[in-house]
Design a protein around this ligand. Structure first.
Ligand code: NAP
Length: 275
């Protein structure tokens, strides 16, 4: 049964934690109804929806494993139960194995594609079909592994690169229907996944050795990412499509020699000694 055809309806995959959850809350504050997708943790999803409601929005939770086509169908079945349209789709959930390329097995390759690229295409197809004649918004949450190569991130980075390219094809194809399609590409963002990558992947370099090389000298926050996505989903981004908005504190513009590795007066020119 269609309960309320009026609100702005945004479907966010993986909205029970991290960046997706914060984005849901920010959109709730704009009065949006958010379909809070999650895979396993129903309590966190319920908390996330409660945040959205407390912020002034509404919505529903939708348990669905988006790695599978059946999961995408299940997600949009929940959407159809409650709403007669979708205004925006955010492909946010991600997962992959962190291993050297030489150790990637067939299932790592297949699952990484299914989870991080295929789910975006299937989800965007389903969402676009439900968007009103006035148009809509699609945003893919990517990461710097789509642009740069670094330890253990190949399976995820390559899938993100594929999704970013799909994003551009969709922008061209859906543009005549008033649908914009963009990506937010994050650097090191302080969430559960960053903690896992630096503290649980055996042998990973210490995060401090990476942060000191960043122009902004700190990890990004989930807020930094959610703000960028909120902008692309909003009215003020109406003429932006097919773009990747990089939110990385300068990570992807640097190259060796790094300022943090310089010494003496040269080092002091950028990092003045503490008084
Ligand atoms: N953290 C970073 O450093 C960083 C940097 C750049 C870009 N990003 C990107 O930002 C996005 C969000 O990252 P994040 O760190 O906030 O969260 P995340 O760990 O990637 O995702 C957590 C959310 O995804 C859900 N999820 C996981 N597998 C799912 C599946 N198969 N089907 C449906 N939902 C699933 C989780 O639900 P359950 O808990 O219920 O399983 C949870 O809601 C990702 O695309 C990530 O690649 C992150």
């Amino acid at each position: 049964m269609v309960e309320n055809p009026a609100p702005r309806v945004v479907v966010i995959t993986g909205a029970s934690r991290g960046i997706g959850r914060l984005l849901a809350q920010k959109l709730g504050a704009e009065g949006a109804h958010v379909v809070v997708n999650y895979k396993g943790n129903a309590d966190l999803a319920a908390e996330s929806l409660a945040d959205v409601t407390a912020a002034g929005g509404g919505g529903v939770v939708a348990q669905a494993d988006i790695e599978t086509p059946d999961g995408i169908d299940a997600l949009f079945a929940v959407v159809d139960e409650h709403y007669d349209h979708v205004d925006a789709f955010v492909a946010n959930a991600a997962a992959a194995a962190f291993k050297p390329v030489s150790e990637l097995k067939l299932h790592h390759l297949d699952r990484s594609y299914a989870m991080n690229a295929r789910s975006f295409v299937l989800g965007a197809q389903a969402a676009a079909k439900r968007m009103p004649a006035a148009g809509g918004r699609i945003v893919y949450i990517s990461s710097y592994g789509s642009l740069r190569a670094f330890a253990t991130y190949a399976a995820l980075g390559a899938a993100k690169a594929m999704a970013e390219q799909y994003m551009k094809f969709m922008a061209v194809e859906f543009g005549p229907r008033g649908i914009t399609v963009n990506a937010v590409n994050g650097g090191l963002i302080d969430t559960d996944s960053l903690d896992y990558f630096y503290n649980k992947v055996p042998g990973m370099a210490p995060i401090a050795s990476v942060l000191e090389k960043l122009p902004l000298q700190r990890p990004g926050t989930a807020d930094d990412m959610a703000d960028a996505a909120q902008f692309l989903l909003g009215e003020k981004a109406g003429y932006i499509t097919g773009q990747v908005l990089v939110v990385d504190g300068g990570l992807t513009i640097i190259a060796p020699p790094f300022w943090s590795d310089t010494t003496g007066a040269l080092h002091d020119a950028v990092f003045p000694p503490a008084h």
